[in-house]
Design a protein around this ligand. Structure first.
Ligand SMILES: Cc1cc2nc3c(=O)[nH]c(=O)nc-3n(C[C@H](O)[C@H](O)[C@H](O)COP(=O)(O)OP(=O)(O)OC[C@H]3O[C@@H](n4cnc5c(N)ncnc54)[C@H](O)[C@@H]3O)c2cc1C
Ligand code: SF4
Length: 656
């Protein structure tokens, strides 16, 4: 899809009167009044809440929602008699929604899926619904009388403290996420003068504590999390946009790169990335981040259930290793940790970099790399107003080395916009994303599975085949847990059983079939088609999760496949494996874009050398997820940080 990524201030009038009508009609059809274990959408003003959330975005995401409303309304013209959806009576609207779920017309299914996710998000995070299902956001382990630790000090420069300016540094780093922050710290501690330019806002503890997870979704995710791949199927691909990058909103899971993956990279000629060579870099990153297995007291029922089922079946797994210090189990890790227990970049590497002299800017969106005599010489950035997102000035940074760490989607787009780094024809290609599906299960007993760490227990029994399972339970409405309930919208009684649900996500080691490119002035297009082999891995992940849940005592599992809304026993799991499902039948999300400026030993088939130096442009470097030569097969942040620590140390040596 196309992304154009500024936040705008809250404003009314995000939708036309016609669009409001379609949205209201859909909300009513999904959550009608009177079906009520829980109140209906109209009683809660859900359509208005959605419009207010959309008012915080502008550009492509809002346009996309409007297109889905228009498109879905028009699909009912295919009915008998033809009529716009919003003009149908309630009964026919409900039937149209049900039929749309299994329609052979993909755009009809996908428009409903996208809109339904928005309705779910607004509904489940409504304070009255949260209260009725018992979600109060309290941590599993209460904070002591002293409350949370003091916020970590990270000075950030932004408009109006900077407008038009020209500054000089040894190194400029574009992006402050997993790659950018580790690089900045390495340079600053080597005594180099470092400038970090980040487009997103800084995290302020007071704003986080007083807000709901859904508010943080719209503040710290790019385009409020409404970023998708275009292809078959459409896949949700959220990314962070903040000082600290996606690490601010990630789940904190810390796997080392599997040895087989490192060995394959080394075998391709990239020296030094074999398991032995990488060991010191993993150790160094893990010690800065306090990586440790999830402590028992914050594992939560979701993790306990996964462990019970996996042990029953004899599957290999364990509590996930995470970057935490003093975790209380709020379970909102992917919506900014409210007590800074998760060692995201804004509380770990960036403060260390700043303490060593690095200057960190926020609201500075790099537009282009400056070139002098064919060499990179710094960057030009737009200075953005944090309230309106409008451009207020231009910042020029002159530097001896220019490091791009804007992530695997925006780094290649930035380069391609200037026709740089294209000689191998690999720039923007080889996109892997770890597509995966969420599986939800219902238990007789109440679990309140949201209490405890959000991502808690893994099963790696089939990692070698590209399937990894992770017990993950996000807050209601945010993520796949509630989305994986069949017809939840039209049956609030099922939603009322939310406290009885457990959930598990899968990630699939995919083969590299996507492509990223620039679109317009700041946007990107992300194309990705799931292969049949990868679809089979997704189905295996759903089947394994279902077996684990039944072994742990589940009464019903929701695989969310067309015509297979729920299964009630382990013997029925075979329907998941044996069904003739197509990629377009799968509801997928992905969180790990990688590989779009891959490193290699041969300039004819890679974009950067084994130390991140762009083959085509001297003094230009890529230090982020783009450089991974292939899928990491596990959550990639430790892989990215360790590779960057290694590359940055080498660059720092050459500059000092
Ligand atoms: C919801 C979610 C959960 C995840 N959970 C995990 C997990 O548990 N474990 C794990 O290992 N991985 C996880 N990931 C993935 C992990 O966080 C990323 O792989 C990692 O952060 C990528 O690092 P990066 O440096 O490449 O990019 P990022 O961390 O995304 O940082 C890039 C930064 O560059 C900025 N930027 C972009 N363009 C510009 C520009 N033109 N000018 C200035 N700045 C710019 C962006 O705003 C962003 O802040 C998760 C991801 C998501 C979305
Ligand atoms: S890391 Fe996650 S579970 Fe732990 S305190 Fe932070 S939000 Fe809560």
């Amino acid at each position: 899809m196309a992304i154009d990524s500024n936040h705008a201030p809250m404003c009314s009038g995000a939708l036309s009167v016609y669009e409001q009508r379609v949205l209201g009609a859909l909300c009513d059809a999904l959550l009608p009044k009177g079906s009520a274990v829980l109140p209906g959408a109209a009683a809660l003003g859900i359509a208005g809440d959605i419009e207010a959330l959309l008012g915080r975005l502008h550009g492509q995401p809002r346009w996309l929602v409007r297109a889905m409303l228009l498109g879905f309304d028009a699909t009912a013209l295919l009915g008998r008699p033809p009529e716009l959806f919003h003009r149908l009576d309630l009964q026919r609207r409900r039937r149209w929604v049900e039929d749309s779920r299994t329609s052979r017309l993909r755009p009809r299914r996908e428009a409903l899926g996208g809109l339904e996710a928005l309705v779910q998000l607004a509904y489940a995070s409504h304070p009255r619904v949260s209260a009725l299902i018992g979600y109060d956001g309290r941590p599993l382990v209460p904070l002591g009388p002293a409350g949370p630790p003091r916020p970590v000090d990270l000075p950030v420069i932004r408009y109006p403290d900077v407008t038009d300016a020209k500054i000089v540094a040894d190194v400029v780093v574009v992006g402050s996420g997993a790659g950018g922050a580790v690089a900045a710290e390495t340079f600053a501690r080597a005594g180099l003068d470092v400038v970090v330019l980040e487009e997103g806002p800084p995290v302020q503890r007071d704003d986080v504590v007083g807000s709901r997870p859904v508010d943080r979704l719209f503040e710290f995710y790019r385009d409020g999390g409404l970023t998708f791949t275009l292809g078959n199927p459409v896949i949700s691909l959220p990314m962070g946009r903040a000082v600290g990058g996606t690490t601010v909103v990630n789940s904190g899971t810390c796997f080392r790169t599997p040895e087989a993956v490192l060995a394959s990279w080394a075998a391709s000629g990239i020296t030094g990335v074999d398991p032995e060579g990488m060991e010191p870099w993993f150790e160094s990153v893990e010690s800065v981040l306090g990586v440790q297995p999830v402590p028992e007291e914050v594992l939560g029922t979701n993790g306990q259930i996964m462990r019970r089922g996996a042990e029953q079946l004899g599957l290999s797994g364990g509590p996930i290793r995470r970057n935490i210090r003093g975790c209380h189990g709020h379970g909102v890790c992917a919506f900014v940790c409210p007590v800074d227990a998760k060692q995201a970049m804004h509380v770990s590497y960036l403060p260390r970099a700043a303490a060593a002299g690095a200057r960190v800017f926020s609201g500075t969106r790099v537009r282009r790399v400056r070139l002098r005599a064919g060499r990179a010489a710094g960057v030009i950035a737009d200075v953005l107003d944090p309230l309106s997102g409008r451009k207020r000035g231009t910042l020029q940074v002159d530097a001896r080395a220019t490091v791009l760490a804007a992530g695997a989607v925006f780094t290649p787009a930035l380069l391609a916009r200037q026709h740089l780094a294209g000689s191998s024809r690999q720039l923007g290609r080889n996109l892997v994303i770890h597509p995966g599906a969420g599986t939800t299960a219902r238990f007789d007993e109440p679990l309140e599975a949201w209490r405890g760490t959000m991502q808690s227990y893994y099963v790696d029994e089939k990692l070698a085949d590209g399937v990894l399972l992770e017990a993950t339970f996000p807050p209601p409405g945010l993520g796949y847990s509630a989305g994986s309930l069949p017809g939840w919208g039209s049956d609030t009684s099922l939603f009322a059983l939310y406290p009885h649900m457990a959930a598990c996500g899968s990630i699939v080691g995919d083969a590299g079939v996507g492509r990223v490119g620039p679109l317009g002035r700041h946007g990107v297009s992300i194309r990705y088609n799931l292969t049949r082999q990868d679809a089979t891995k997704v189905l295996e992940g759903i089947a394994m999760a279902a077996e684990i849940f039944f072994a742990a005592g589940a009464v019903e599992v929701y695989p969310m496949l067309p015509g297979l809304d729920s299964i009630r026993s382990a013997s029925e799991v075979r329907h998941v494996r044996e069904g003739r499902w197509r990629p377009s039948d799968l509801h997928l999300s992905a969180y790990h874009p990688m590989g779009t400026a891959r490193m290699g030993a041969d300039p004819s088939n890679s974009v950067v050398d084994p130390f991140g130096s762009v083959w085509d442009v001297p003094d230009l470097f890529v230090f982020d997820a783009s450089v991974l030569p292939s899928s990491s097969h596990v959550n990639p942040q430790i892989t990215i940080m360790a590779l960057v620590a290694r590359m940055a140390a080498r660059l720092a040596d050459s500059l000092t």
